[in-house]
Design a protein. Structure first.
Length: 378
């Protein structure tokens, strides 16, 4: 018999080597099979999870609901809930992300807003809920003076129209001349019908501060906010003559009118209108001469003053020695002068001082200047 122990040992050794060799040769295969098994199990579990009911809190435009879904991702879940999504809308999770049990999903739909500003009208999409938030989101600056068609707190809905009017104010100064006044003043030293510029007129200067209001570049209002006279105007003064022209009369001067008074017809070389009459005597109250004065009762022409004949005149108006006819008084002769007798004024001589005082001042008389010869009825 042979050595059975050795035989046994050889057989056992050969079996172990074969097993080890097989294991060595199939380790890679075992690994691949194990990996495939793991993936298959994982996919199976994921499939079971994906098809399981999941409670999801869905918030659409602020309205919150809790729904159960078997949908695996956000896109299919929103489709299941008939929630339409555009590129302008907000979704709190990516559309291809998985739906998780207990998840809170927020969807805000963008509203289309028609914005008119700076000469352009655009349709913009916004997630803002009121005008103020829309302006902030769209980065549209609004100045303090600008005007909005809607209040800042107005809610935004799809199709809202918003107009922004740009308001600008400008301050400018305007100068304006101030017209001078023309003042006419009577001048007794200037002949009637004559005028003379005494003072030249000068325009003044007014500075007016204007506030101009523009809306979208167009002028809509002008307001005067201040006025300041920087230079006063100077009146133009014109002297207007009131002095009656002096006619130099002579015997050869032609008659200007033929008059019949007190049954006497005569020619008048001049007719004086609106003559003022006063009275005087030979006494000291009128002449300053007393009875014992050598010139008492003697006129400036050298004739003795006689009541009913003598009058004092302005020799520039009525020549001395000439006769006149005073309406309501009668014929008188210019024989005297006086310091206060100027122009169309006649001083009538009376013997009685009391009567002279009583005579006073009479105005509006017409006097006919005749000549050096007293007219008679012949």
């Amino acid at each position: 018999m042979g050595d059975t122990s050795q035989d046994t040992h050889v057989k056992r050794s050969s079996g172990t080597s074969y097993a080890m060799r097989w294991k060595h040769e199939h380790t890679r295969l075992i690994g691949i099979v194990s990996g495939i098994s793991f993936v298959a199990i994982t996919l199976f579990l994921l499939m079971l999870y994906g098809t399981a009911d999941k409670a999801v809190t869905l918030v659409v435009d602020g309205k919150e609901t809790v729904v159960n879904t078997k949908e695996p991702d956000v896109r299919s879940f929103l489709a299941e809930q008939a929630v339409a999504i555009s590129e302008h809308d907000f979704v709190s999770a990516p559309l291809d992300s998985k739906i998780r049990d207990g998840q809170r999903l927020v969807v805000d739909h963008a509203a289309s807003v028609e914005v008119s500003v700076d000469g352009e009208t655009k349709t913009l999409f916004t997630l803002g809920k009121d005008v103020e938030s829309v302006l902030r989101e769209l980065k549209i600056e609004v100045g303090e003076e600008d005007r909005l068609s809607l209040p800042l707190s107005s809610p935004i809905s799809d199709g809202t129209q918003l107009t922004i009017t740009r308001v600008k104010r400008e301050i400018e100064e305007q100068t304006e001349p101030i017209a001078y006044e023309v003042v006419r003043k009577s001048d007794p030293n200037l002949l009637k019908g004559k005028e003379q510029v005494v003072q030249d007129g000068q325009e003044g200067l007014l500075v007016r501060t204007i506030e101009k209001v523009y809306e979208d570049g167009e002028l809509v209002a002008e307001n005067v906010i201040d006025e300041n006279v920087v230079q006063e105007s100077v009146d133009k003064i014109i002297a207007v003559g009131t002095k009656n022209p002096v006619t130099v009369l002579s015997v050869s001067s032609p008659d200007v009118e033929e008059v019949t008074r007190d049954n006497v017809t005569f020619g008048a070389k001049q007719v004086l209108k609106n003559v003022t009459l006063t009275a005087y005597t030979a006494g000291p109250s009128s002449t300053g001469k007393s009875v014992d004065h050598p010139g008492y009762g003697i006129t400036s022409s050298g004739a003795r003053a006689t009541e009913g004949r003598t009058i004092a005149v302005d020799p520039k108006v009525i020549p001395l020695g000439w006769w006149v006819y005073i309406e309501g008084i009668g014929f008188r002769r210019a024989e005297d002068t006086g310091g206060s007798v100027k122009g169309n004024k006649i001083d009538i001589f009376f013997d009685s001082e009391s009567y002279a005082r009583k005579f006073g001042v009479k105005r509006g008389y017409t006097v006919y200047v005749i000549g050096p010869k007293k007219p008679t009825a012949d």
